[in-house]
Design a binder for this molecule. Structure first.
Ligand code: DAH
Length: 338
């Protein structure tokens, strides 16, 4: 069978057309490389066609040679152009996938903050630590001795009433005030001493806007030679100045506590009324005697602060229950720096 010039030319044209279609249909550079090998490789279709050139006459060979070169050039150009196109597409897709929109809103995590009561306690402690006081603590489950008896509270005192105190089995009770820490600390230390003792206290109060069965106090106690009521007053005034500022009116009102003599209550002006925020006084000699101190040598002053009262005054809180019911809408209003 002889092969004519026209036949080979036709084969080359057909190859060119097929290649053009196949190249345009590729989606990846890998597919494209397969096509290159298939058409232009050593054993590729172009080589197969060119092998039949040997059967042509000497004059015809350069003619086919030219056509074959053109076809080869054309396919090569198309392969390169398609390769550029695919690489460009790939780059665009990659850039789109890796795009970072820096204007998108971030995922913010809520920042926690100190509970207003703990914040209040921290602030009170800071002030007294600044005045040279040491932080002390005592147990919540107490005996009658530390909560009442050693604090010069007579057996018939109304505070001991079942109505006021939570009694526990085995003669225990939940401390009704932090004053019990005074006794425990003095039993373990010799004067001079200055302590500030924060903590939770318990009373059988009916819960309402200003009462809670569990609340917080900070106890202050100083014992030394020659301490006077004037020093108690000066300490309280300096503390109030630091916590409320210069201008908040303050008054000392004569009062009674079994463990102090004389005793006073401190009121601050709040919303046009006097509001009691602490009790205080000179430590009763009987209390000093109970812990083995000689009241002829030592005198002391003490105070008990209502933490909730301070928080309510400073943050304009109208109902004590807001401080306990963990409503985040309420709690979020207090920054960590209160
Ligand atoms: N313990 C008293 C109470 O809970 C408060 C108090 C008054 C504490 C006078 C004191 C003080 O240290 O001297 O009501």
């Amino acid at each position: 069978m002889t092969t004519t010039l026209q036949e080979i030319e036709q084969q080359l044209k057909t190859l060119q057309q097929e290649a053009t279609k196949a190249i345009a249909a590729t989606n990846s550079t890998d597919e494209l490389e397969k096509l290159r090998v298939n058409y232009l490789g050593k054993k590729g279709e172009l080589s197969v066609i060119l092998r039949s050139m040997g059967k042509l006459s000497v004059e015809d060979r350069p003619v086919i040679g030219n056509v074959a070169n053109e076809v080869k050039q054309d396919i090569q150009t198309q392969l390169e152009e398609q390769k550029d196109r695919l690489q460009q597409q790939q780059l665009i897709a990659q850039l789109a996938a890796e795009t970072l929109d820096v204007t998108m809103p971030g995922i913010s995590r809520p920042v926690g903050n100190i509970h207003p009561l703990n914040g209040m306690i921290d602030r009170i402690l800071d002030i007294f630590v600044g005045l040279g006081y040491t932080i002390a603590a005592g147990p919540h489950v107490e005996s009658d001795y530390y909560n009442f008896e050693a604090l010069n509270t007579p057996p018939d005192h109304p505070a001991r009433d079942m109505q006021d105190t939570f009694y526990l089995p085995q003669e225990k009770l939940l401390r009704t005030h932090t004053s019990s820490v005074q006794i425990r600390y003095m039993e373990q230390h010799e004067p001079p001493l200055r302590i500030v003792a924060p903590g939770r206290v318990y009373r059988r109060d009916t819960v309402d806007a200003t009462h809670s069965a569990v609340f917080h106090q900070v106890e202050i106690l100083a014992v030394d030679r020659g301490l006077t009521f004037a020093q108690l007053k000066g300490t309280i005034q300096e503390f109030s100045r630091q916590i409320f500022g210069e201008d908040l009116p303050l008054r000392f009102r004569a009062s009674y506590f079994p463990f102090t003599e004389p005793s006073a209550e401190v009121d601050v002006q709040w919303q046009g009324k006097w509001l009691e925020v602490m009790g205080c006084g000179m430590v009763d000699p009987n209390v000093l005697t109970a812990v083995g101190y000689d009241p002829e040598i030592y005198t002391g002053f003490a105070a008990g602060l209502g933490v909730e009262r301070f928080a309510m005054v400073l943050h304009q809180i109208d109902d004590i229950r807001r401080l306990y019911n963990s409503d985040l809408r309420f709690l979020r209003q207090f920054s960590t720096t209160i």
